[in-house]
Design a protein around this ligand. Structure first.
Ligand code: COA
Length: 185
């Protein structure tokens, strides 16, 4: 009796290594068929698990959206925007929804939860690199309060096309209005 018209809100929870297979399957579709990621070879589950461990080690969130039956619908995480130390309060997001569950509000719910979790982790700015200027991703980020912060022309080449990257940015929590906690003197 689960009609397609009734969409229950996604449940959002932190990822565990057991999610690596489902995450790899979702991501593989976007790697092979889309331009939102500039990866061309889908990474295996072990590589996804390693990426999850790196995010966790950086004290950043990796979130899973699942339906009432526990089926993974999508995921979102934040990584360091740049390795250099002074970038430490600036993160970069990534969000991927299962190709058969796009446009059902899952991305919106995941991004809202990710923004909250990153602010709680002491992050002050989030950057989104919208590879291939994906319209759905630009819409998602604009709705979540991001503004466009720049564009790199023709920096990607995939599926026979030159692709731009749009930078978007949003402050987290109190942003730059106060100094961060625990700042070394
Ligand atoms: C971008 C993506 C994460 C958005 O998630 P989603 O679950 O499909 O989007 P939602 O249903 O939550 O929609 C979020 C907002 O974007 C808008 N939107 C969604 N798809 C859209 C589209 N194709 N064109 C224009 N706007 C769109 C929605 O209308 C919604 O705004 P609203 O609440 O004002 O109506 C998802 O489409 C995706 O995985 N795309 C491929 C990978 C990708 O681009 N990832 C981003 C890399 S950072």
């Amino acid at each position: 009796m689960s009609g397609h018209s009734s969409i229950a809100p996604a449940q959002i929870r932190p990822a565990t290594p057991a999610d690596a297979e489902a995450v790899a399957a979702i991501y593989a579709h976007h790697v092979l068929h889309g331009t939102a990621t500039f990866e061309i070879e889908p990474p295996e589950a072990a590589e996804i698990a390693a990426r999850m461990a790196k995010v966790r080690a950086a004290g950043l969130p990796w979130l899973i959206a699942q339906d009432a039956d526990g089926v993974v619908l999508g995921y979102a995480y934040a990584g360091a925007f740049h390795a250099r130390a002074a970038y430490g309060r600036t993160c970069e997001d990534a969000i991927y929804i299962a190709h058969d569950r796009l446009g059902q509000g899952v991305g919106k719910a995941l991004l809202a939860a990710l923004l909250e979790a990153c602010a709680a982790a002491g992050q002050r700015q989030m950057i989104a690199l919208i590879a291939g200027t994906e319209p759905a991703s630009i819409a998602l980020h604009l709705r979540a309060g991001f503004v466009e912060a720049g564009r790199l022309a023709s920096v990607g080449r995939k599926h026979g096309r030159w692709l731009d990257v749009v930078y978007m940015q949003r402050a987290l929590g109190v942003g730059d209005t106060t100094a961060p906690e625990n700042e070394p003197a």
